[in-house]
Design a protein around this ligand. Structure first.
Ligand SMILES: C[S@@+](CC[C@H](N)C(=O)[O-])C[C@H]1O[C@@H](n2cnc3c(N)ncnc32)[C@H](O)[C@@H]1O
Length: 453
């Protein structure tokens, strides 16, 4: 029979794009950062874009567990498999284990991807490996390396060094809860400009679009949503009525407690999520000086201020460590110092971060955090408030930095966070600290310090 041309099924664009992105994410750290700020899949139709995003995030999160299972079922050396074939196998297995895709559809799609994107014979490999795993789906092999920490890290798909840290600090039950939380599809916090639109109206509008959303239980101007797509389609963010922001970030601003007509410094401000919230809380009266060392990122602060119609914000590209040369007279009422950190509190949202972080980076970050604290302290008027905040749960970057700062600066004292944030999020020392599995938000920390003299 003659071959009929043109009847070959079209490759699913979402899966094809996911494979392409997964390859790039694994090879190119800089690309991940760009992807995060640029929006993953702009060229796809919205439905395919959503699926591609979900595939990329899911496969990235579960990478270590997927690799363990695939390696057990592959006849050759899994480590030296062609990278693209590996991504296709990961995607196929992810779909089989973690999505509602009917198993044979997932399998066929993966086989087709391998045939077309790798070579025709590669389809047979994918077919054999995934069929074998499909048969084992209800009794999957468990890691037995002889090291319980390693086993847990494989099972929950995290690097061993991170699991080791958390086990030593939190014990097995809490560590498992955190590992599990990091692997769930996260809810997103969204701030509502309640000076322009009521939260109630927003919730109704989203419900009409079929988007699951609920009010934040801890902040009266925040909601939680399961997906961001409908917000983007409704252009509510573009119109400056909503801003994507984790509730933990909102609570750090509440702890700062900015007032109208004050001079506030947001010392590490880009992309401006907290800056715009500060200005909103001040009803846009007063002055918010927003600094960031990266000129391009500083531009994002300006754009956010413009989008939200806030005129009290002045953004400037500046290394905070040089701020007193630039502004020798500055006497801020309040300073927010939202330092660069390891980000180990946001692994549920930043799926790739766990694979890129290295334990050695912590020392360098801690040094920078100390230097930034010194610089921030020089900007304060006596009686002023300094809030030091992070999106990590690592004590070296949190409590330890504040304790070391207080030892160097007896003119600062801690003000307990109880008056501004929910009691369960306040530590014995009076610091704000979230616990993601309990609070259903990012892991974050903030300390409120007053300069007394
Ligand atoms: C955690 S992010 C800030 C997030 C921001 N506060 C928000 O809520 O949108 C830390 C920022 O510190 C900036 N940064 C790093 N080193 C700095 C320095 N020496 N001076 C000023 N900003 C710096 C980084 O460019 C990064 O944008």
């Amino acid at each position: 029979m003659p071959k009929v041309r043109g009847l070959r099924k079209r490759l699913d664009p979402a899966r094809r794009e996911a494979v392409r992105l997964l390859e790039r994410i694994e090879n190119d750290q800089a690309y991940v950062n760009r992807l995060m700020s640029a929006g993953l899949t702009d060229e796809l139709e919205p439905e395919a874009g959503r699926r591609a995003t979900e595939y990329v995030a899911g496969v990235t999160r579960w990478r270590r567990w997927l690799d363990f299972l695939l390696a057990q079922n592959y006849r050759g050396r899994y480590d030296s498999m062609e990278p693209r074939l590996r991504q296709i196998l990961r995607l196929g297995l992810y779909e089989l284990l973690f999505t509602d895709t009917p198993p044979y559809a997932a399998l066929n799609e993966a086989v087709e991807l391998a045939r077309r994107l790798v070579r025709p014979q590669a389809g047979a490999v994918v077919n054999a490996v995934l069929r074998s795993l499909l048969r084992q789906r209800d009794f999957l092999p468990q890691p037995q390396t002889g090291d319980p920490v390693e086993d847990l890290a494989i099972r929950y798909s995290h690097p061993t060094w991170i699991v080791q840290r958390w086990l030593a600090r939190y014990g097995p039950a809490d560590t498992e809860a955190l590992l599990r939380y990091n692997n769930e599809r996260p809810w997103f916090g969204v701030r509502v400009r309640t000076d322009r639109i009521s939260r109630h109206v927003v919730l109704h509008r989203l419900a009409d679009r079929g988007l699951e959303a609920e009010p934040s239980p801890v902040l009266d101007d925040f909601i939680r949503v399961q997906r961001l797509g409908p917000l983007l389609e409704d252009r509510l963010i573009e119109k400056g009525l909503l801003a994507v922001q984790d509730e933990s970030a909102g609570l750090a601003v509440r702890l700062l407690d900015p007032h109208p007509d004050e001079t506030i410094v947001d010392a590490c401000a880009a992309p401006g999520g907290k800056t715009t919230y500060i200005a909103t809380r001040m009803r846009d009266h007063g002055r918010v000086l927003a600094f960031d060392v990266h000129p391009k990122r500083t531009e994002l602060i300006r754009r956010a201020a413009l989008q939200q119609g806030l005129t009290s914000i002045v953004a400037e590209a500046l290394d905070l460590r040089q701020v007193s040369e630039r502004y020798p007279e500055l006497q801020a009422d309040r300073v927010l110092l939202d330092v660069p950190c390891s980000g180990l509190g946001v692994l549920a949202k930043r799926a790739d971060l766990r694979w890129h972080r290295r334990p050695e980076e912590l020392d360098e970050l801690v040094r920078l955090q100390d230097e930034l604290l010194e610089a921030a302290a020089r900007l304060m008027r006596p009686g002023g408030i300094l809030v030091y905040s992070t999106c990590t749960i690592e004590p070296e970057e949190n409590e330890a930095r504040v304790r070391a700062f207080l030892a160097r600066h007896p003119e600062f004292t801690v003000e307990r966070a109880d008056a501004w944030v929910p009691a369960e999020m306040v530590t014995d020392e009076g610091f704000f600290a979230t616990w993601p599995p309990r609070d259903r938000m990012d892991g974050a920390f903030a300390a409120r310090l007053r300069r007394t003299a």
